[in-house]
Design a protein around this ligand. Structure first.
Ligand code: MLT
Length: 410
């Protein structure tokens, strides 16, 4: 009989969001009349911007004619999309990238997971706590860890608690690590990092020959002009960081699927002989072998995000979600709840009332308010006693959810 990858057996329970889904299903089956409002998983609800839809349609139409039909595209994406990204997402922020440094993909979740293919299992990995669970679980899956302890910390991973005291931003580790996951604006806490803070990480990574895996999936929600959108705004980052970007939350592509990863040509890590090797070449090789690119109409739609109309229309959608974030944050603060995030990020991170555990508060909100959020402990042990609400809902649902929670807590 074939053998399984035993590392999967080390994983605790289910992945967070399917587990929440199971609880909602059980509740709605038992309470079919309840109008459940979902502010749990960060899934968008606004339709795609009209300019994006038009480009998407045109992309499909191209496939209907022999002269404009497209088959396999370049594995790393079409140049016209890559150029639009370079010119609109990076150049205005003083970051100059080459075409060869951008890799179009079908999602940042996949890229954050797949990037582990090009790193040796012996690397020491540092992860914030709480954290987007994918960083942790994928390291368990590939076999970089031992078993989890009673708190849920896996042997072999360096966890960096992100707490109210450190403003939910991970302090530089005392020990030497090789791979560091950073996510700003942060999922789940909504915290952001300024230039000085990121410079410290870049300096640490360069001194220790570490690689920063920088997840910038929520950069479009930054409202403070002093906050960097890209790690490459920090001098030296091109020699020590990979950046993940996504159209999912920033342009409503959670169901459409498009993202990209930046691997600068200057970035190196050592081989078994101690010689420096360009990670760009390894990632290119990995993607060309295991991935066949994002569909042509989807890339056409993604490129339209950077057209003048697409950009303006999309900004209106982002503003809509950030207004939701303000309504949640201010509505709950008025009711005496301590809230974090929600000003440069679409997530509100709150302290559970009356010292309830995260899952107890989840059950209270589901059963008594018919509102779904995400228990903080699902993002790691330091998330216990916290709860995350997503601002990606429809306005009337967000308002209704805030009013139900306020009544419940009164
Ligand atoms: C979340 O709610 O944390 C995100 O939607 C998950 C994801 O982007 O995969």
């Amino acid at each position: 009989m074939a053998r399984i990858n035993d590392n999967y057996l080390k994983l605790k329970a289910g992945y967070l969001f399917p587990e929440i889904g199971r609880r909602i299903k059980a509740f709605t089956e038992a309470n079919p009349q309840a109008k459940v409002i979902r502010l749990g998983i960060g899934d968008v609800t606004r339709p795609l911007a009209p300019a994006v839809i038009e480009a998407f349609h045109r992309g499909v139409d191209d496939l209907t004619r022999v002269e404009s039909f497209m088959g396999y595209g370049p594995e790393q994406g079409y140049d016209w999309l890559i150029d639009a990204i370079i010119d609109n997402a990076f150049k205005p922020r003083g970051v100059n990238l080459k075409r060869s440094e951008i890799f179009i993909s079908d999602g940042s979740k996949c890229d954050c997971a797949n990037i582990l293919d090009i790193f040796d299992l012996g690397n020491k990995v540092a992860i914030g706590d709480p954290v987007y669970p994918v960083y942790n679980d994928t390291n368990v899956m590939v076999g970089r860890t031992g078993e989890a302890d009673s708190r849920g910390y896996y042997e072999g991973i360096v966890y960096i608690p992100c707490t109210e005291e450190n403003h939910f931003t991970p302090p530089i580790p005392q020990e030497k690590v090789d791979l560091i996951y950073l996510c700003f604006p942060n999922n789940p806490t909504g915290a952001v990092a300024g230039k000085e803070q990121l410079q410290q990480w870049v300096d640490y990574a360069r001194t220790n020959e570490a690689v920063i895996l920088f997840d910038a999936a929520y950069e479009a929600f930054i409202t403070d002009p002093a906050i960097p959108h890209s790690i490459y705004e920090i001098p030296g980052a091109e020699t020590c960081a990979i950046e993940f970007r996504s159209f999912s939350k920033t342009a409503g592509f959670t169901g459409v699927r498009c993202a990209f990863t930046v691997v600068p040509e200057a970035l190196r890590a050592r081989n078994a002989q101690g010689e420096p090797v360009a990670l760009n070449q390894l990632w290119n090789r990995r993607q060309a072998t295991k991935f066949n690119g994002v569909s042509y109409p989807v890339q056409r739609a993604a490129a339209a995000v950077y057209s003048p109309e697409g950009w303006r229309q999309n900004q209106e959608i982002i503003d809509y979600y950030m207004e939701n974030a303000r309504l949640i944050r201010e509505g709950l603060e008025d009711a005496g709840v301590t809230c974090f995030g929600g000003t440069n990020a679409p997530y509100i991170w709150l302290t559970t009332p009356a010292g309830l555990s995260s899952w107890d508060f989840f059950d209270q909100l589901l059963n008594e308010c018919h509102v779904v959020g995400t228990p903080g402990s699902g993002f790691g042990p330091s998330g216990e006693g916290y709860f995350r609400l997503s601002a990606f809902g429809q306005r009337e649902n967000v308002s209704e959810a805030v009013s139900r929670i306020r009544k419940n807590l009164a």
